[in-house]
Write a protein that binds this ligand. Sequence first.
Ligand code: 5AD
Ligand code: SF4
Length: 525
Amino acid sequence: MNEKQRKEGQQIRQVDSTDIKSDSNHNLSRIKDMSSDDLISKYFQSTYEPPNMKKAKKRRREDIQIHYDFDIPEEMRGIGKGKKFMIRTYGCQMNEHDTEVMAGILTQMGYISTEDTSDADIILLNTCAIRENAENKVFGEIGHLKPLKLENPDVIVGICGCMSQEESVVNRILKKHPFIDLIFGTHNIHRLPQLIKEAMFGKEMVVEVWSKEGDIIENLPKVRKGKIKAWVNIMYGCDKFCTYCIVPYTRGKERSRMPEDIIQEVRHLAAQGYKEVTLLGQNVNAYGKDLEFEYGLGELMDEMRKIDIPRVRFTTSHPRDFDDHLIEVIAKGGNLLDHIHLPVQSGSSDILRVMARRYTREDYLKLVKKIKDAMPNVTLTTDIIVGFPNETDEQFEETMTLMEEVGFESAYTFIYSPREGTPSARWEDNIPMEVKKERLQRLNKLVNDQSAEAMKKYQDQVVKVLVEGESKKDPDVLSGYTDKNKLVNFRAPKDLIGQIVEVKVVNTKTWTLDGELVEAAVEVK
Ligand code: 5AD
Ligand code: SF4
């Protein structure tokens, strides 16, 4: 990008995108203070367009705009002085990071943060839509907030994150929880100041959810949680459309940040003394595919190696896009850690096909072999779904054998949860819950065994630990993670928090290691 474009605060790039006319779903809907049926009819009659999963699914060539000109309107700058905000975050790191951005915006508006709902002037629930139980938790919390809102009508209660991108969720809130002041989507975060203004000064519920998005806003403020580890978005959205997954609908099309913007952010974090960054995206291996020049995650990671920050991770990977160049670059080591989270979802090629994962068991094993050949000490972890529609006992057994064959050291395991609007939700969810639970239990037992086994390798070994703070269970014990993401507990002076230290492992457990401090801060190269 040239300086002129940067100064103008905006850059335009061609990428695949939705086909919705530019601003048609851009309008605010202000619909509080009405009966619930009125609300729904007003909702559908207004010029406002509800979140629309079909539109969210479309991908077509369209302009992507990169903005460098985020600013808080003059009249909203001091509006939060003397007031507090509380954001409750559900779901993945992407949401955690969005919360850091919202905290940054609110802080610039003068608000300070609180953990206490009864003390807050603004309460935001940053929601997750990935499985039904994630949504149930949020609806439970919405129920809890009602008495608080009745007691203190001035408090602004907002719902944001992935659930607000779902039409059915917005309908349900409109109908059943009209006390909510504000609903905004994952593409509308930068509009928070304007939305709060609407919620503050209007009488009606403010709803702003764009199902079309093309923008990357570069200069959003952030208040990061902690000064040791940081998340850095490298791309947004997902174009993979696995048949069970709602993310491509809630997070939109894949769009990559410009490499120089990412590099600059990481350099800045290094200069601030951060010790670890995790590059974030729903499918980081697709990074760069939408850029107008040849550039991928391999090239970006190679740039990361040149930055003086001790640890660089990335998540989450999709096996289909994991290319040889990336393997080659990670194998160079340095600050690139050889722990790879590589979601497989199932060990059965037939199930993988109906999940639209676009690889077979054999392809996955080939990729694992390539990775292990290049990095013999690599740690692999994964995500697995059990009880997908029509999954037979034999197909589940294939997941069990794959788990062993790869030697995953840990796995996030889930029972399949149909998500409205996704292809698989139209198929019969025909595996009885007892069978799903029984499969999950068996799988979890294997995951635990493999984790415990992997931990045993560290007995009496010296590991490098990035000390994050006091252990949750005992304030006299410090804890932190090794480069392979193993949690280590050990006694040491608190001034080591934020440093990388050597710890000798004296005891291994299923998920954690106990150690003894060997020496203070080490130079990590
Ligand atoms: N049901 C169960 N698990 C799911 N995941 C994504 N969608 C679903 C669903 N509908 C899991 C996948 C993914 C992880 C983040 O969540 O394993 O990798
Ligand atoms: Fe994150 Fe996906 Fe959950 Fe959204 S739905 S919070 S992107 S895990």
